[in-house]
Design a protein around this ligand. Structure first.
Ligand SMILES: *[C@@H]1O[C@H](CO)[C@@H](O)[C@H](O)[C@H]1NC(C)=O
Ligand SMILES: *[C@@H]1O[C@H](CO)[C@@H](O)[C@H](O)[C@H]1NC(C)=O
Ligand SMILES: *[C@@H]1O[C@H](CO)[C@@H](O)[C@H](O)[C@H]1NC(C)=O
Ligand SMILES: *[C@@H]1O[C@H](CO)[C@@H](O)[C@H](O)[C@H]1NC(C)=O
Ligand SMILES: *[C@@H]1O[C@H](CO)[C@@H](O)[C@H](O)[C@H]1NC(C)=O
Length: 538
């Protein structure tokens, strides 16, 4: 009798313990966050919500074993199995926007993961390659019951990682059962390789079809607002042994000795239904975390006035890289929208002709952009005899050819059409080898190849603007080619496109050269002492 009673008591306690542990399930399993509040999420480790309401997974710190880790979960658990006797696994889909900011590509770690897990408590997990989810002791254990999609920026060959920027699907551990180098498909199904730590927002879709047991993962840069038609990963995979009835969904991050910042800017999720649309036009601001104010020693060394603000010289403290920091006041003409265009377009472009953007941050009302430092400044320093500098014809020709190839890339070869809209001498910068590089994308517009850009305002600089622009709304790329033509004449002639102090018919360079050409005197349109004539007659 006593034995039976104690058995009953043990059974009773067991039931009680289970009831007490059964998690609070969300009444509806669809949610949408276009920005985050602290109370929306269950945060632990290095994960925080910033003042701009982005979910920041890292604190920018690094540490050796067990490393830095951070987790962020939707506060309620969700029901992943049908409540019927069949307990069939449901379908689910999620969509989010993320940004990974490293000092330079391949210098950061380790990335983040989207996870579905039985509990939000990962106090025993390790950072680094374990993503704050597993440890040496439990990695790969089938009792983990954890489904992971990793966005990994470090190649661990011992974990069979395929490269240093890949998306992988993991079950119960960090050895991917499927992975692909980061890439997306454009409208015409062309595959574009990308890097995950591009410092710019990337959208991701993860979709699981319960009855069909199929998983799809798709990514695309934010400039492609629609989901690409082709998936990055599409696999038959049965998640029913992995997913329990009640699971938590969220994100996890881990690093060790490599630093990078990793943000989730918006997130939506749906169980058995269509995932809510994200509002991509109002994403929270995030910071690249460079210490830019300190880097410029309090904005002491001014390099000049840029299109929309002053430019200062600085040095990034961690890497020692010299940068040009553009300080844009929030109150200036260049609104937040233009600013974001400049960062998201420039940050992703990697072409030798484009001045590389290293990062940006916000300080009070100022926005700070750190560009690759161009030691010789802009080409107009050389054209108009500032400090006795000059360029030979060969040097000028090389610069012009470079800029032409850069424009070709922007107009026809990049994933989208980039209309710079402010091609002029002061935006042509010279690197250490006197190569011409295109800078200041503050007025640029992006659009799809083949699309008809809607022009709403006339922009550009006097002397470089196509004259019929106001009448015909010429496409922005042809307007750029016109501006390039004006630049070409300016560089060959060595005078500014408009010189108001001159006589009326000599005021506008394009008109002057045109009339010289009509009179058969085109060789008069060359800079003094260049010897173009000899080159021309060869
Ligand atoms: C449930 O759905 C309603 C609207 O459909 C929404 O307002 C609410 O925030 C949702 N609750 C959760 C926990 O997502
Ligand atoms: C998390 O799990 C650990 C180990 O399993 C446990 O010691 C700790 O109390 C748990 N923390 C919370 C907040 O539940
Ligand atoms: C977050 O998770 C911890 C650990 O499981 C739990 O103790 C805590 O109550 C959770 N907080 C919220 C707000 O859900
Ligand atoms: C997907 O394909 C359809 C039809 O072929 C096309 O109209 C659409 O633009 C494509 N979507 C994307 C995002 O490429
Ligand atoms: C996954 O992608 C395939 C092929 O692109 C498509 O047929 C299928 O419907 C997709 N499944 C889900 C769950 O999105």
């Amino acid at each position: 009798m006593a034995l039976q009673l104690s058995r009953f008591l043990i059974f009773f306690l067991y039931i009680l313990a289970h009831i007490a542990r059964s998690p609070a399930t969300s009444p509806n399993s669809t949610f949408l966050f276009n920005s985050f509040r602290q109370s929306d999420l269950n945060l632990s480790g290095s994960a925080t919500v910033t003042r701009t309401r982005a979910l920041q997974m890292t604190n920018g710190q690094h540490s050796m074993e067990p490393g830095i880790k951070g987790n962020a979960f939707f506060t309620a658990s969700l029901q992943f199995k049908k409540p019927t006797a069949s307990k069939r696994t449901k379908s689910f889909s999620t969509r989010f926007v993320f940004t990974i900011v490293s000092k330079a590509h391949q210098s950061g770690g380790h990335g983040f993961a989207f996870i579905v897990a039985p509990s939000p408590n990962f106090s025993n997990a390790m950072g680094g390659r374990f993503f704050g989810l597993f440890s040496i002791r439990n990695n790969g254990n089938t009792r983990n019951q954890i489904f992971v999609v990793e966005f990994d920026i470090v190649q661990q060959t011992n974990l069979h990682d395929i490269d240093e920027s890949h998306v992988g699907v993991d079950i119960n551990g960090v050895n991917p059962s499927a992975s692909e180098p980061a890439a997306y498909y454009t409208g015409n199904r062309k595959k574009e390789q990308g890097v995950l730590d591009s410092q710019t927002p990337i959208q991701a879709w993860i979709e699981y079809d319960g009855p069909m047991k199929q998983l799809n993962v798709t990514i695309a840069p934010l400039s492609h607002q629609l989901k690409p038609n082709c998936t990055l990963i599409s696999r038959s995979i049965d998640l029913s042994p992995v997913l329990l009835e009640h699971m938590y969904v969220g994100f996890s991050f881990g690093t060790q000795k490599l630093v990078s910042k990793c943000y989730i800017l918006a997130w939506s999720f749906a169980m058995d239904g269509k995932v809510p649309e994200l509002d991509l036009s109002h994403l929270p601001l995030y910071s690249s975390g460079l210490e830019l104010y300190g880097a410029t020693k309090g904005f002491k060394e001014e390099l000049g006035e840029g299109g929309f603000g002053s430019v200062y010289k600085g040095v990034l403290s961690r890497s020692g890289i010299e940068v040009a920091v553009k300080r844009v006041s929030h109150g200036s003409k260049q609104g937040m929208r233009e600013f974001v265009v400049e960062i998201s377009s420039l940050g992703r472009m990697r072409h030798r002709i484009v001045v590389q953007l290293h990062g940006w941050c916000r300080r009070g009302d100022d926005l700070l952009l750190a560009y690759e430092f161009m030691p010789y400044g802009s080409i107009d320093n050389f054209l108009f005899d500032v400090k006795g500098r000059s360029l030979s014809w060969e040097q000028r020709f090389k610069i012009l050819k470079g800029i032409a190839s850069g424009l070709l890339y922007l107009h026809e070869e990049w994933e989208q059409v980039v209309a710079h809209r402010d091609v002029k001498a002061s935006n042509v910068l010279l690197d250490g080898d006197l190569n011409g590089r295109l800078g200041d994308f503050g007025l640029s517009r992006l659009y799809e190849h083949g699309a008809n850009p809607k022009t709403t305002q006339i922009v550009g600089s006097f002397g470089y603007m196509v004259p019929e622009f106001s009448r015909t709304w010429k496409s922005s790329t042809s307007a750029n080619v016109y501006s390039y033509g004006a630049l070409l004449l300016e560089v060959a002639y060595g005078r500014r496109p408009i010189e108001p102090e001159r006589h009326c018919e000599e005021m506008v360079l394009v008109e002057l050269v045109h009339s010289l050409w009509k009179d058969g005197r085109i060789l008069d349109a060359m800079a003094k002492g260049l010897g173009i004539a000899t080159w021309w007659r060869k």
